[in-house]
Design a protein around this ligand. Structure first.
Ligand code: TYM
Length: 351
């Protein structure tokens, strides 16, 4: 049965990009799949967050998952650090992944900035831990936004190299499953995970610069709509969103070369669960001064109930922690099953 896994970092400021690109899709996949949704607190350590803030953000992301409609009883919601097998498998993958592969990661280059010598080693091996998150459950499907594409390609590379390096051992122990690796049929232990980068808004852009993605770390709060923003703040941010002097075109083609205009139309379409063309059929020919208030109303209507529910859930820390504990226990059992076999495959004496 296909297993969905995805993670969100507890680094503050969950925003509309996280919601449309990831969390809303997590909710949608629940009916058709077994799902595991993880608050990746170990990943957050790569940028040395304040400990109290880290705990707060971990609970806030959990509250967002639940408020958005993730069912933590039917599925599994937990924080990464509770299941130590993630870190164990990440070490194994550090020994599988090549320096050259990690060196090519654009997210590392962006986050490390100019002062690379001073970036944490954890930031460099971040993708090995991400591969471990997914593969410790042998998950097959991973819903993410477009910015995670390269990391998921690396996850496949790691799985493939592991399967290949240990192919004899996997066959001897009889623990492989038949799978396609390109054109070839192979007997591998780890699946080659499918990224699910789809939906209407895999890459939501900054409200201040249509060429930059909306991000938790942008210093300008006007660049993003946070899931906790109130109605007035949402309206203000949309009113101040950068646009060009033209009005709205009547077809999606007319958005070419107009990244800010396109982003606002994409947001409307995604929130209304319709297409860009449909939005332009309604608003084509109008000015942004007319479109923006409609977008603001829609955003408030869709986000306010989630914000209210997040606040309600956030008030009950004990409840949130009990969800994470229960999820962590269930996840831990699954992870240990995989790791028992991994230890045997790679030759760690553990009996
Ligand atoms: P993170 O915490 O940066 O983001 C969480 C999710 O939100 C998506 N996202 C966006 N989608 C559309 N438009 C945007 N502007 C936008 N910004 C963020 C991200 O693509 C992501 O899906 N490395 C991951 C966390 C992670 C993970 C994993 C994900 C750790 N282990 C295993 C999947 C599987 C990250 O930093 O996401």
């Amino acid at each position: 049965k296909p297993l969905v896994f995805s993670g969100v970092q507890p680094t503050g400021n969950l925003h509309l990009g996280n919601y449309l690109g990831a969390i809303r899709r997590f909710v949608m996949l629940q009916d058709s799949h077994d799902c595991m949704y993880c608050v990746v607190d170990l990943h957050a350590l790569t940028i040395a967050p304040d400990p109290v803030e880290l705990m707060k953000a971990t609970r806030e992301v959990t509250a967002a998952f639940l408020a958005a409609g993730i069912d933590a009883k039917k599925h599994i919601v937990f924080n990464q650090s509770r299941v130590m097998q993630h870190a164990e498998l990440a070490w194994v993958f550090n020994c599988v992944a090549r320096m050259g592969w990690l060196n090519r990661m654009t997210q590392f280059k962006e986050k490390a900035g100019k002062d690379r010598e001073n970036a944490s080693a954890g930031l460099f091996v971040y993708p090995s831990l991400m591969a471990a998150d997914i593969l410790v459950y042998r998950a097959t499907h991973v819903p993410v936004g477009d910015d995670q594409k390269q990391h998921l390609e690396l996850t496949r590379d790691i799985a493939q190299k592991f399967n290949n390096d240990y192919s004899n051992r996997i066959a001897d122990l009889g623990v492989g499953v038949e799978m396609m690796s390109g054109e070839e049929k192979v007997n591998g232990f780890f699946p080659l995970t499918e990224p699910l980068i789809e939906g209407p808004a895999p890459r939501v852009m900054s409200l201040r610069d249509g060429l930059k993605k909306m991000s938790k770390s942008d210093p300008s709060d006007l660049s993003r709509i946070n899931l906790t923003d109130d109605a007035e703040t949402i309206s203000k941010k949309i009113r101040k969103a950068k646009t060009d002097p033209e009005g709205l075109p009547s077809e999606a083609d007319g958005l070419k070369g107009r990244p800010e205009a396109e982003n606002l139309v994409v947001l409307y379409a995604a929130l209304a669960e319709t297409s860009k063309d449909q939005v332009l059929a309604e608003f084509g020919g109008q000015q942004f001064s007319a479109f923006k208030p409609a977008l603001a109303d829609l955003a408030v209507a869709k986000l306010a109930p989630i914000a209210t529910e997040m606040r309600r859930i956030s008030a009950d820390t004990a409840y949130i922690d009990s969800v994470l504990k229960d999820g962590g226990e269930r996840a831990g059992k699954l992870a240990e099953t995989t790791m028992k076999t991994v230890r045997e495959i790679i030759g760690l004496v553990s009996s």
